[in-house]
Design a binder for this molecule. Structure first.
Ligand code: NAP
Length: 646
């Protein structure tokens, strides 16, 4: 590949155009030429389910035509031609329909226009420039718990609003899950050009699904670019937060780097601790008796050399799916203990580099990157949700929840079987019997089944009886020796905010109030806990539709809006009304019951000990976007200031 750098070389341009996402290129062509008549029926993309949409299903003639027109337009633009006036909102709306390949329902228009933000304006950046707000911001103090993806975002927004804040982070650096999960093969399983802040695109992601070091670097760089480090207390852990009713403030007790205790006071407490960072070890008899090294996937011990060892891996979820193919070639023997197989979605580019030409297009061609992200966003958000929804009158087998779900299941089951054509034994083990969408489906480029097919790997589905000092005994009484044991057994996801102790109004402990069944209004607020805002809280996880960064952007916009509401009304506290909270939860529960993950045929980390789906958002993303534009004052009990004026 020729080095394109910032110059324009015709051969290099041809190479770049050869790898272009043509529907996105067509959109940028309209920006560069001002010619909306390019939106002809023959240039309307036709996508094939689960296939790479890069070529838009275009005929070779149309592909060549788009490339030739783009080449001329890019050359003119790079030689200094000015862009014509930007397409009208009506044209942009048609362009959305075009690149999506379907007529996007009108209720999505505002939401998608915001996501696309062609004007380059970061619409969610708060504007607190009005003198009264400026003064109010200066009086506010917020404590944020966690400097992962959501905490960094909160810091950025609070800083933009001029609000004083401290982020308390237990780790030695920012990055959250990307700081902690350093297991071999760890990478994002959402396309990176979408798994990034909407206002911090990165044209240089080296791969379509970047690895953990790349993501950690991205979040660190964003932290630095927004100069957040001075606001972050690293290696400091929040032990408890108690709401001081008399003064209307949160008292946050932390353990500091040197082991001391300190109390921080804040008008509002924002938790940004994620759902997946407290390792869950399996409850298997004899676990503690194992003689060799053993560790959890999120506490990977790189000091334990696996070369030539007999290794036991327990669990086949998203983490094991990534590290098993990495360690399999190294070890002498690998036993993978599977309780339930994962569903997989074909993703041929999962480990692929982004071609240099594509990076060049992202960086230089006007609006190409925006439309590419928009395409990813549309295809991967609500486009898939119908396939995991239950039909009310479904009377087919319990392995599916509806007609579309059953059709998709058949397709994906076949895709899995086709990966092990001569291994009937493996085929029977790798195709799930629960409905597609019951658990997170994993992006599959074949390395998982290839690893399981290796001579030194055995996928064991017998069930574990016990662990002994020297290995694992399965339910058939067979003893499987192991030198090292790795737990890919997930996290205490439904124990939200645990192990922090959060005490709200009337001395009520949050965990006691929840009693193992965490609930919140829009995932963020809960009755009895004034000015407590949770990010990635109950019922805000997404299974098939989109990136959690999108959710965080919506939530943080809402939280900053809540602080604005306090400032504008001169209130000290806001607390969600119980009836509002309860009615919301009734709707959420009813909707979750109609999703694949709510099926009684599924057990997963999405359900808590009561069997309720406490993690997932069951509605389209657009509903969350709409619900979080700004808080509705009527949903809250607002209380006037109780603090003596400064
Ligand atoms: P997980 O999905 O909860 O998987 C845990 C695995 O351990 C499951 O296969 C589970 O089986 C098994 N397991 C648990 N207890 C067991 C026991 N006592 N005996 C045998 N097997 C047992 O955990 P994870 O893989 O760490 O992933 C958690 C979540 O993190 C994912 O769903 C995803 O949201 C996120 N994640 C994302 C990425 C990414 O973006 N690249 C990577 C990793 C993780 P059952 O299914 O039968 O319970």
């Amino acid at each position: 590949m020729t080095d394109l750098s910032d110059t324009l070389d015709q051969k290099a341009l041809d190479e770049a155009l050869a790898v272009a996402h043509l529907p996105a290129l067509l959109m940028s062509l309209i920006h560069m030429t001002g010619d909306a008549s390019l939106l002809t029926q023959e240039r309307r993309p036709q996508y094939v389910l689960l296939a790479d949409g890069k070529l838009g299903g275009y005929s070779p003639e149309i592909q060549a035509d788009i490339r030739a027109r783009a080449k001329a337009a890019i050359t003119a633009y790079m030689n200094g031609a000015l862009l014509p006036p930007q397409p009208s909102p009506g044209t942009v709306r048609r362009m959305m329909d075009w690149i999506a390949g379907v007529d996007i329902p009108d209720q999505y228009a505002d939401f998608l226009t915001d996501e696309l933000h062609l004007d380059g304006v970061d619409n969610n950046a708060p504007d607190w420039s009005a003198p009264t707000l400026k003064a109010a911001a200066a009086r506010l103090k917020v404590v944020v718990v966690g400097a992962g993806m959501s905490g960094i975002l909160t810091g950025i927004r609070l800083k933009q609003a001029g609000i004083d804040f401290t982020i308390v982070e237990k780790n030695a650096d920012a990055g959250g899950t990307w700081f902690e999960n350093i297991y071999p093969g760890c990478r994002v399983d959402n396309p990176n050009h979408m798994y990034s802040y909407s206002f911090e695109p990165n044209d240089d992601f080296p791969q379509f699904y970047s690895t953990q070091p790349v993501l950690l670097d991205y979040f660190r760089r964003v932290t630095d670019r927004h100069a957040l480090r001075d606001h972050i207390r690293f290696e400091t852990t929040v032990e408890e937060a108690v709401f001081d009713e008399a003064r209307g403030v949160w008292r946050v007790e932390v353990t500091t780097r040197d082991g001391g205790r300190e109390v921080l006071e804040a008008d509002a407490l924002v938790t940004a601790v994620g759902q997946l960072n407290r390792p869950r070890y399996p409850d298997i008899p004899g676990l503690e008796t194992f003689d060799g090294p053993s560790f959890h996937s999120s506490r990977w011990r790189h000091d334990v050399d696996l070369t030539g060892k007999r290794v036991a891996v327990i669990g086949t979820g998203a983490s094991a799916f990534q590290f098993v193919p990495e360690i399999a070639p190294k070890v002498a023997h690998l036993d993978v203990y599977q309780r339930t197989p994962p569903w997989c979605l074909p993703g041929p580019t999962y480990h692929d580099d982004v071609p240099e030409g594509k990076k060049w297009l992202l960086k230089h061609v006007p609006f190409y990157g925006k439309w590419y992200r928009f395409w990813l966003f549309w295809m991967l958000t609500d486009g898939f949700i119908e396939a995991v929804k239950a039909d009310e009158d479904w009377n087919g087998p319990p392995e599916a929840v509806g007609k579309v779900n059953a059709e998709m299941r058949a397709l994906l089951a076949e895709a899995l079987r086709a990966q092990a054509p001569d291994r009937q034994d493996l085929q029977e083990k790798i195709v799930p019997t629960y409905p597609l969408g019951g658990k997170r489906a994993l992006v599959d480029n074949g390395v998982w089944v290839n690893a399981l097919k290796r001579d030194n790997v055995e996928l064991n589905t017998t069930g574990i009886e016990k662990i002994t000092p020297s290995g694992v005994v399965t339910k058939d009484g067979v003893e499987h020796p192991a030198d090292v044991m790795i737990f890919g057994t997930g996290f205490h996801a439904s124990r939200f905010l645990w192990p922090m102790r959060i005490v709200g109004r009337d001395g009520v402990d949050l965990q006691t109030a929840w009693n193992g069944d965490a609930r919140a209004y829009l995932g963020m607020t809960t009755p009895g806990f004034p000015n407590l805002f949770m990010l990635y809280g109950p019922n805000t996880n997404i299974v098939v539709n989109g990136s959690i960064i999108f959710f965080s952007e919506c939530s943080v916009r809402y939280v900053v809006g809540a602080l604005k509401l306090l400032a504008e009304t001169g209130s000290q506290t806001m607390e969600v009304r119980k009836d509002v909270h309860d009615a919301f939860n009734v709707r959420v529960d009813a909707a979750n019951a109609m999703m694949a993950w709510g099926s009684p045929n599924v057990t997963s980390w999405y359900k808590n000990a009561t069997g309720r789906v406490s993690q997932n958002w069951p509605f389209p993303l657009v509903d969350y976007w709409n619900a979080t534009v700004s808080p509705n004052p009527e949903d809250f009990i607002l209380k006037a200031k109780v603090k003596a004026p400064a």
